[in-house]
Design a protein around this ligand. Structure first.
Ligand SMILES: O=P(O)(O)OC[C@@H](O)[C@@H](O)c1c[nH]c2ccccc12
Length: 257
């Protein structure tokens, strides 16, 4: 069993518990649920956009602790001020040390927010909306193409955008009409190996009607430039900033470099 299998197994149990505790109707009545959403699709199409989706991540199964005591409001407002086009906030608690409170804290910002979690059930999409997220992540490695299609349609219906994450060409059949944002994860979630060749090689296999996002393992401006040349509009970066004492300053100097 891979760590991804363990995460997904735990996710089903977690979601079942939360469903019993907080019915969907209650999520739908929350104040943030009623608020309008920001578009990541539009943000990445702005000509002046850096395209950087800056991530708030305390720890990960591959790296262990990265920045255990970081404050979500401080880091994300700093990211926004430094020029991030959007934010990504981990909400998985057990494996990534994230919380709903982190995403709620990030919501003070006026740029799109991706809820970074392992979504296996429409209930989590309702939760994402109730916590103020604009975009949800669907990971091909843990869903069937039919599940992606149904969950993407559900998200669209309630006004959220979807980022579909792929790693290799075996997952191309997960792409569907409602997945406009397609991310290529350079990290193989089954082995944790990172190879930026993943996004480079996959770029020409994704339709021109999609908005491509390169994910993971980006620590140099030159790498970002290579992805940009390959047609990528978005760049998801976490650890490179979070491993420093001042993630927002790290983003700032990355941009200025
Ligand atoms: O910290 P990095 O190497 O810059 O990677 C960020 C992001 O791509 C990574 O956190 C990620 C990509 N896909 C995921 C799925 C679940 C959890 C985390 C992720």
């Amino acid at each position: 069993m891979t760590i991804l299998d363990t995460i997904i197994q735990h996710k089903y149990i977690e979601v079942a518990k939360r469903k019993l505790h907080t019915p969907i109707e209650q999520l739908q009545q929350s104040l943030l649920y009623q608020q309008p959403r920001l578009s990541l699709i539009k943000a990445l199409q702005q000509p002046q956009a850096t395209g950087i989706i800056a991530e708030f991540k305390r720890k990960s199964p591959s790296k262990g602790f990265i920045n255990q005591n970081a404050d979500a409001a401080t880091v994300t407002t700093g990211y926004a001020a430094a020029g991030a086009s959007a934010l990504s906030v981990l909400t998985d608690e057990l494996f990534f040390g994230g919380t709903t409170a982190d995403l709620l804290a990030a919501r003070v910002n006026q740029i799109p927010i991706l809820r970074k979690d392992f979504i296996v059930d429409a209930y989590q999409i309702e939760e994402a909306k109730a916590m103020g997220a604009d975009v949800i992540l669907l990971i091909a490695a843990c869903l069937t193409p039919i599940e992606v299609k149904n969950l993407a349609q559900y998200a669209k219906q309630i006004g959220l955008e979807v980022l579909l994450e792929l790693h290799d060409e075996t997952e191309l059949q997960h792409v569907c009409e409602d997945t406009v944002l397609v991310g290529i994860n350079n990290r193989n979630l089954k082995t944790f190996e990172v190879d930026i060749a993943a996004a480079i090689n996959m770029s020409q296999l994704i339709g021109a009607d999609k908005i491509k996002i390169a994910e993971s393992g980006i620590s140099e401006k030159a790498t970002l430039q290579r992805f940009k040349a390959a047609g990528y509009k978005g760049f998801l970066i976490g650890e490179n900033f979070m491993k420093t004492n001042d993630p927002a300053a790290a983003l700032q100097s990355f941009i200025n470099n």
